[in-house]
Design a protein around this ligand. Structure first.
Ligand code: AMP
Ligand code: GLY
Length: 443
């Protein structure tokens, strides 16, 4: 029986802990730093996720057999290299392989070199040259900070003015600090988005249930008004979709990804990525998450992530029947070819409940959350904590994304009709969520 350590503290990590605990091969599950929500089902220890030395010592002391890092930050900083060098098995990409997410310029150049479909692009460090390119190209156009920006570094610009402002904001005003020393400017793509998460040992690739993700903040005028009233950024007032968030919901499986499309994604995207990384001497191990745009049945990569998606991981793992520990362990041991992924029939839908003005940075914390106990009594509903804290025995908000409420059903319609009644039982002041998660899968 193994002891497992999950690194991180969000809804994704809560779901990873929850799923790993179901394994017959797992004895104890730990989480660093975890949260008061995760502490209900795992032992949490208060280390910084970038304190590799502290984490390594903790692993030795607790006889950890497998470490599963959740967030991109420690992966891009090299946690896998650090722990592996000290004999601690860690399921994730090395620092060099994590550049697929850590540098959008690296990822785009890699895709260009390996003929992986993605929007045409150029990389800039000089704001004047970037603006010349934008003016020559026209809008819509997409401006992306090269480095990590908590999912907020991509600006989809519908007008030339917005695009010029985006260049200034990232390269000159340093909105994302050094993560914006370089930008990628790429063509705007239309279509339907899908998130494909695949486990890999660097050779064999096994895909999880394809998911749909909801990054834009709003779906209706009503939400815009509410968001503005709670202190949101006025510059998005007239925009239909609002700013990008870390994502406000997800569902799986998405019918947009048919078996034929999945085959194309495998042959044109996943396999060339994993083979290309191996050829370049940077074996990719762990979870590769390809964010795709699909138009007329043809997939293009919007971005690569080198980790489980949040919140996609929540509905995906609630559908997974296979033993997650055995799969992740096989990724590290290099024998994933012996394992298959089995999902249960049906569908799952996750609605993220967020603080009032999220994704603005001035959201309030410390609002008392009610209704969690009632929701615990519902069947097929799972609540994962993304940003909560216990205070005097009460659960309070402590982040932008606060809860991931998940509902499962025999189909998407049932999953939606399981999750939203649960969401309506949970309250706090200025709570915000989208009301249309998974709806497009019905049409
Ligand atoms: P990224 O950070 O690259 O995943 O981008 C975040 C979101 O911005 C994506 O999920 C898309 O909704 C949007 N986006 C990114 N790149 C493009 C593009 N080239 N064309 C249209 N939308 C994009
Ligand atoms: N769902 C978006 C992300 O995990 O990056």
């Amino acid at each position: 029986m193994a002891n497992v350590l999950v690194i991180g503290k969000g809804g994704r990590e809560h779901a990873l802990v929850w799923k790993l605990k179901q394994s017959e091969n797992v004895d104890r599950v730990y989480c660093i730093p975890g949260s008061d929500g995760i502490a209900e089902i795992a032992n949490c220890a208060d280390y910084n996720v970038n304190d590799f030395n502290g984490i390594a010592e903790f692993c030795k002391e607790m006889n950890i057999d497998l470490v599963v890092p959740g967030p991109e930050d420690p992966l891009c900083e090299g946690i896998v290299d650090y722990l592996t060098e000290r004999g601690i098995k860690t399921s994730g990409p090395s620092k060099a392989a994590a550049r697929l997410e850590g540098s959008k310029a690296f990822a785009k150049e890699f895709m260009r070199k390996h003929n992986i479909p993605t929007a045409d692009f150029e990389v800039f460090m000089d704001p004047d040259k970037a603006k010349d390119y934008v003016e020559a190209h026209g809008a819509p156009i997409v401006i992306k900070a090269d480095g990590l920006a908590a999912g907020k570094g991509s600006k989809v610009c519908m007008t030339l003015d917005e695009a010029i402002n985006a260049v200034d904001s990232i390269l000159v005003k340093k909105e994302f600090k050094d993560a914006g020393n370089k930008i990628v400017i790429e063509d705007y793509l239309e279509g339907e988005e899908a998130s494909i998460l695949a486990l890999t040992d660097g050779n064999t690739i096994r895909t999880l249930a394809p998911a749909g993700d909801y990054k834009p903040a709003f779906e209706t005028k009503h939400d815009r008004t509410r968001w503005l009233q709670s202190g949101g950024d006025r510059k998005y007032e007239d925009r239909k979709i609002g700013p990008n968030t870390g994502s406000l919901g997800a569902y799986a499986p998405t019918p947009i990804v048919t078996p034929e499309l999945m085959e194309k994604v495998y042959n044109r995207i996943l396999n060339p990525t994993i083979k290309g990384m191996a050829e370049e001497g940077t074996l990719f191990v762990g979870c590769l998450y390809a964010g795709l745009m699909i138009k007329d049945g043809e997939p293009s990569v919007l971005e690569d992530n080198v980790r489980f998606g949040d919140p996609e991981t929540q509905p995906i793992l609630s559908l997974l029947e296979s033993d997650l520990f055995l799969l992740l362990n096989a990724c590290v041991e290099g024998n994933l070819e012996r394992h298959q992924i089995k999902n249960r029939e049906g569908a799952a839908c996750c609605v993220v409940m967020a603080s009032g003005s999220y994704p603005g940075s001035n959201y309030e914390k410390g609002k008392v959350i009610s209704g969690l106990e009632e929701v615990k009594r519902l069947s097929d509903v799972y609540v994962f904590h993304a940003g909560t804290k216990k205070n005097n025995g009460r659960i309070e908000t402590d982040g932008g994304r606060v809860l991931g409420v998940n509902g499962n059903g025999d189909n998407i319609w049932q999953a939606i009709n399981t999750v939203y009644p649960a969401v309506s039982l949970i309250h706090w002041e200025n709570e915000y969520h989208r009301t249309d998660i998974a709806e497009k899968a019905l049409s």
